[in-house]
Design a protein around this ligand. Structure first.
Ligand code: BES
Ligand code: ZN
Length: 651
């Protein structure tokens, strides 16, 4: 009977993932034969975690998590187990299964901090060759960079505090002592104690309401890499969106989130049809406070999202399409090391664009792709004249460097254009079939560029006898000549408006025409509005318009434009970003300082902060403004954003 129950459970887990290998967890006993990940100390070949149980207590007053990380390990006869830690206080380490009350303390040492402290420290634990349980008792510190503790003033309720974590790329080691390499996949469970008036959520099966004792239990039954372990605690409510999708947010934002994200079930349907059934159970989105350093983060079962996505017009929901797509590219098939972040992100941007094409049509999807392509071209120019021109390769050499460097338009957009160009070459049907099989074949595994190439040759290029310069794309610098060209007459029109404006005319000035018409037998003069209105164009069109305006535009003309089109008061953070960058370049920023300050103090998304601070910092007239605002704003940022901006302003 018991056996039957287990069988049902296992079948239940994978029912629906019909395109996946029969037992996705079967690779548990296999150790990867791919090269070691340079950003982890873990001795995975000798001993590695297969299941992690966390006992956590979240103390908002002390802004500390007290925890025990209970590692269930596969041991190939090691006498030392090596974990990654950074900014943690390790109290004691025991060996043995706590459930059988046989824990016994063991010796451990913490290695020196590496010279520039990028990867933190090795925690070396003495074990026996037959040890399979290692329990690490610890607490977090103010150096635990993954954690963002928000006091009440920074939340929308203004009455309850908030905590969330950001693990990718190598920050999980700052709140959990573990083997922090994407090359190792683990299942995890957790018992988390929080104040009883707050809800705790993880990248796992989640509750939808408070527990009177404040203790929440979590299970992540599928194997995931450590960067996807995530926790959030706050005054959070839930709203179901149907079809296994839902949204969590601070209660004040819930209804707005539900309306903005109502297309999630459709996105899910499109994604399922494209590349195989979603296999993580539910898909929920948690909208975090504004300090969240990213637009979205694909924590499995529970995407974390930035509230700047709440524009009121669904214009930024492509970020959710992106995070949903990661449920296949990234979470199911994971980059073995950060050198191949493009395998996570490039594939995901391609997939995201396919979802958006299905939802909004090809014209809009092309506009979105072109906006990013424009950014890629600027990024490539910068990389080419930098100290590391080789960073324009998809596969990167990151030894001794911060893996965050991989997070650039190269991995994302060059990566996506690699797939778009490949699609053009082999045809959409062939590429779709290939990708669907690719996700099924490598489900719950980690792969590197060479594994991808072997599969690409064997399952796409050789059978179709097609030559494709994938080596040049993956290992070569810059953009190969055969890169697909996309055109958008609508964006061309916006650039031409910008050129007209740059040449001195104002295409947005109110324009009317009078026309005589006959009504009820009488001649009547009617006024026809020929002016271009803000609402008539989509956000992405305005982005391109602003980007093409001259940095030499006078402050007076900037003001005129602002008067006609209200950019400084836009509700859309993408438009604000473009406008504030131009405002800094033209010194118009001096006139709209309150609007810029307001934005930078509130929003912590790094994608916006960096270009705005950079532009302010590069203009001698606004350099001081950048510093003044940063001093006011920095306490509101997550450490990821704070560190990046501080670096920028100090150089
Ligand atoms: N996984 C990334 C964020 C990330 C990557 C964090 C590498 C740390 C290291 C996430 O999926 C992402 O790409 N977010 C983007 C979304 C955008 C491309 C639609 C963001 O935040 O801007
Ligand atoms: Zn991504």
């Amino acid at each position: 009977m018991m056996k039957n129950w287990i069988l049902f459970f296992v079948l239940g887990l994978f029912w629906g993932c019909s395109n996946l290998p029969e037992t996705p967890i079967a690779n548990t006993e296999k150790l990867s034969t791919l090269p070691h990940d340079d950003h982890s100390y873990a001795n995975l070949q000798q001993i590695r975690t297969k299941h992690l149980h966390l006992d956590l207590e979240v103390d908002f007053k002390a802004q500390t998590i007290y925890g025990v990380a209970r590692h269930q390990m596969i041991n190939k006869g090691a006498d030392t187990a090596i974990f990654d830690v950074k900014g943690l206080l390790i109290q004691k380490v025991t060996l043995g299964d706590s459930k059988k009350s046989r824990e016994k303390e063991t010796d451990f040492t913490i290695g020196p901090m590496d010279k520039d402290s990028i990867i933190g420290q090795a925690l070396l634990v003495n074990v026996d060759s037959n040890t399979t349980y290692v329990n690490i008792y610890y607490q977090t510190t103010t150096e635990s960079a993954a954690l963002d503790w928000l006091d009440t003033t920074l939340t929308s309720s203004k009455t309850k505090p908030f905590l969330y974590t950001q693990g990718q790329a190598i920050l999980t080691r700052t709140w959990i002592p573990l083997q922090d390499s994407p090359s190792n996949r683990i299942t995890y469970s957790a018992d988390v104690k929080v104040p009883s008036d707050l809800l705790a959520l993880m990248s796992a099966k989640n509750p939808t309401s408070l527990h009177p004792d404040g203790i929440f239990h979590f299970e992540m039954p599928y194997e995931i890499p450590s960067y996807l372990i995530a926790l959030a605690v706050g005054d959070i409510g839930f709203k179901d969106l149907g079809s296994g999708c839902g949204v969590y947010a601070e209660k004040e934002l819930l209804q707005q989130c539900a309306t903005e994200f109502e297309d999630l079930p459709r996105m899910m349907q499109v994604a399922n049809n494209l590349y195989g059934k979603y296999c993580w159970g539910r898909y929920d989105v948690l909208v975090l406070p504004y300090s969240f350093p990213f637009g979205g983060m694909e924590n499995p079962m529970l995407t974390f999202a930035n509230p700047t996505l709440l524009t009121g017009d669904k214009s930024l929901v492509s970020v959710l399409a992106h995070e949903l797509a990661h449920s296949w590219s990234g979470n199911l098939v994971t980059n073995h090391s950060w050198s191949d972040l493009w395998l996570n992100e490039g594939t995901t941007v391609y997939f995201e664009q396919r979802i958006m094409e299905a939802l909004s049509g090809k014209e809009v999807a092309d506009i979105m792709a072109l906006i990013e392509f424009d950014e890629l071209q600027n990024a490539l120019k910068e990389i080419q004249s930098s100290k590391h021109p080789e960073d324009s390769r998809l596969h990167l050499e990151l030894v001794g460097r911060d893996p965050d460097l991989a997070l650039s338009d190269v991995a994302y957009v060059k990566g996506a254009f690699f797939f778009k160009t490949l699609e053009q070459k082999v045809g959409r049907n062939a590429l779709d079939k290939f990708l669907k099989n690719y996700f099924a074949h490598f489900a719950f595994q980690t792969i590197d560029a060479n594994t991808f190439i072997d599969y690409l040759e064997q399952h796409l290029l050789n059978p179709l006898q097609i030559d494709f310069n994938y080596r040049q794309w993956i290992f070569g610098e810059g953009l190969p000549q055969n890169c697909i060209q996309i055109a958008s007459p609508r964006l061309d029109q916006m650039s031409s408006y910008a050129q007209q404006f740059n040449a001195g005319s104002n295409p947005f000035k109110p324009q009317f025409k009078y026309k005589w018409i006959r009504k009820n037998g009488k001649r009547k003069k009617v006024k026809i509005d020929l002016s271009i209105h803000y609402e008539d164009r989509i956000i992405q069109e305005w982005q391109i318009f602003i980007r093409n305006l001259s940095p030499k535009t006078s402050a007076t003309r900037m003001k005129q434009l602002d008067h006609d089109l209200h950019f400084s008061a836009s509700q859309n953070s993408e438009v604000l970003k473009e406008w504030f960058v131009l405002a800094a370049q033209t010194s118009y920023a001096l006139e709209i300082k309150p609007a810029i300050e307001n934005f930078l103090v509130k929003v912590g998304r790094r994608k916006y902060l960096m270009p705005i601070y950079e532009a302010l910092n590069s203009n001698p007239k606004t350099k001081q403004m950048a510093r003044d605002i940063f001093n006011k704003a920095k306490h509101n940022y997550h450490s990821v954003s704070r560190g990046s901006v501080a670096n920028l302003l100090n150089n």
